[in-house]
Design a protein around this ligand. Sequence first.
Ligand SMILES: C[S@@+](CC[C@H](N)C(=O)[O-])C[C@H]1O[C@@H](n2cnc3c(N)ncnc32)[C@H](O)[C@@H]1O
Length: 383
Amino acid sequence: MNFAISCAAGLESILKKEIEIAGYKMLGSWPTLVRFQGELPAIAKMNLRSRVGNKVFLELKQYQTTDFDKLFDMISTIDRAIYIQNNPIIVTAITKQSLLTSVPAIQKIVKKSITKKILNGKEWLVIEDEKLQPIEILVYIEHDMCSVLLNTTWESLHKRGYKKATGEAPINEALAAWLLLLSGWKFSEPLYDFFCGSGTIVIEAALLAKNIAPGMFRSFAFQQFKRYDQKLFTAELEAAKAKMMLTKEHTIIASDIDPTMISIAKENAKHAWMEKYITFETKAIADYISGPELVWTMVSNPPYGLRMNTYDLEKLYYTITELFAHHPKLHWWIITSYDKFTTDDVSWTRKKSMIFNGWERCRFYKKTLLKNNDDTRSEKNTI
Ligand SMILES: C[S@@+](CC[C@H](N)C(=O)[O-])C[C@H]1O[C@@H](n2cnc3c(N)ncnc32)[C@H](O)[C@@H]1O
């Protein structure tokens, strides 16, 4: 049985690692989609456990197809169509470097074929009203290889369910988890976010350190599939609960200049059961400059301009570099689209490939000392 998990561009390698750690055989990856082999429990397991994935798909069919007639016929040979019976359906499509280029035409043919061949003409089942929680079929075509994929997740996994309120520029939960995994943060050492906003990075950090499956706070599309054995879900949920490490001590510190954001972050942390594991403070970044020496890891998402003018940004990023100069043992990673922050002593290098936080193009920077560079810590991904 084959599966695929979608993710944001650039997150594929960590997603692959998650799938391998869960014990599944990799089949390969396309940009934003990783394929693997597994059995039915994989649906529950990966929906519960993936931190960086967006949607877990069951592959109904994979076939080389270069024309619409073949695409239409292919649908009728889907043997796992049992999962889509009696569900309202929407069809989405992505096509890249293939002879079939028109997304609306692909959607139309696939819908027509599903209605005729699978639903025996019950056209009312094929609808586009998202309010009715339909089942999504994604048709993904790349180099003429067409995969028909059933969305077992419904709303993207980054919507964990614990964020009840946010500020103006919250970071996506999957992206926050990816930053933490990439930073090489050792859970036994302190972690800071001094621009915590609604708390996403520190909540994800606590979930990661305590080995809590991020899908525990929400429901999934597959729970409505009549033919999916719900005992598989219960078993995976119990297995995930058994793996939680709630008694382990961790130091996770979050602050923000805005007291309202601190209240929101605390509330969100409460919904994720993580409030008591995170220390929240209302503090400006400048307050840390002359404070006690900071060591270990900071992962942050400072403001980058949507609400600030250039002068404010220059001042803010100058303060950030000043703080770094006073705390040279701090390993600091930030995600931002602002790219003019350097001083004589400090250069923010190691630009990762472009990452999108919502619609904003960002880079993920790691601070590096130009003079007396003693930053020798290896960057290992930890899952
Ligand atoms: C891009 S938001 C962070 C969003 C956060 N990652 C989330 O998921 O909600 C930047 C945050 O930095 C805070 N901030 C702005 N200037 C600050 C300063 N000088 N010191 C500390 N925090 C500041 C803002 O209040 C805002 O909450």
